[in-house]
Design a protein around this ligand. Structure first.
Ligand code: ADP
Ligand code: MG
Length: 232
């Protein structure tokens, strides 16, 4: 198994009371699969992704990625993991406004060690022509393509996408999902994506429904699953 999350728990202190955000979450994803975490706002999706991506710590439980227990790594090893193994895509593209498209991709520090480069990833996302443009000259969908190019340029084993289509209209969102499918098949990247949009989860191999910090349903899409099946 490429990702194994076991009985993951996380609480935040809110004054005197404890806000239990993850209440024992378990999930698995095989190498090369696309997984979706589906859940309403506040259900703990980002917290879960941040722990899997090594940017937040769990209170208990474990996360293994490609045979390594992420939840047991020291700070240096965790930094290496974040830098070398994980790519992140967020809802708001987080591009640097005064850098060109190419320069935004080249801010990734370990690019020289990667099998990919700025040109290969810009070609993969269909933006070769925009290499010297600035973010404000691009549409929202194009900016998200740049942020995907930036996330994959180091050729990460795992791509974590937290509501990547949240700021996009439906048609652009569909295009973004086909792009993620293409990256998954071209580069063999395992992808875990968060959304609260049921309509876009049909592309996943596995869908985990998260509600109030608990997985309430797991759906495997080995065969075509009717969209109605995954309505809330
Ligand atoms: P989602 O991504 O599904 O909207 P989050 O994981 O962002 O959910 O948040 C789940 C809950 O945890 C929310 O109630 C949120 O307010 C709380 N939360 C998230 N991050 C923090 C934090 N750093 N400190 C305190 N509470 C937090
Ligand atoms: Mg979130």
């Amino acid at each position: 198994m490429f990702i194994t999350v076991e009985n993951l728990k996380k609480s935040y202190l809110m004054g005197e009371s404890k806000n239990e955000v993850l209440k024992g979450v378990s999930l698995t994803l095989e190498k090369g699969e696309i997984g979706v975490i589906l859940g309403p706002s506040g259900s703990g999706k980002s917290t879960l992704m941040n722990i899997i991506g090594g940017v937040d710590h769990a209170d208990s439980g474990s996360v293994h990625v490609d045979g390594v227990e992420i939840t047991a790594l020291d700070d240096d090893a965790l930094t290496d993991y974040r830098r070398n193994s994980v790519g992140f895509v967020f809802q708001f593209y987080n591009l640097i406004p005064n850098l060109t498209v190419a320069e935004n991709i080249e801010v990734v520090s370990n690019i020289s060690k990667s099998a990919l480069n700025t040109d290969t990833v810009l070609e993969a996302v269909g933006l070769e022509e925009k290499k010297r443009s600035f973010p404000k000259q691009l549409s929202g969908g194009e900016q998200q393509r740049v942020s995907i190019a930036r996330a994959i340029v180091k050729n990460p084993k795992l791509l974590l996408c937290d509501e990547p289509t949240g700021a996009l209209d439906y048609e652009t969102a569909r295009g973004m999902l086909s792009l993620l499918q293409k990256i998954n098949s071209d580069f063999g990247t395992t992808i875990l994506m968060v959304t609260h949009n049921t309509a876009i989860s049909g592309m996943a191999n596995k869908v985990y429904k998260l509600r109030d910090g608990e997985i309430v349903e797991t759906i495997r899409h080995d065969e075509t699953v009717a969209a109605e099946r995954i309505e809330w």
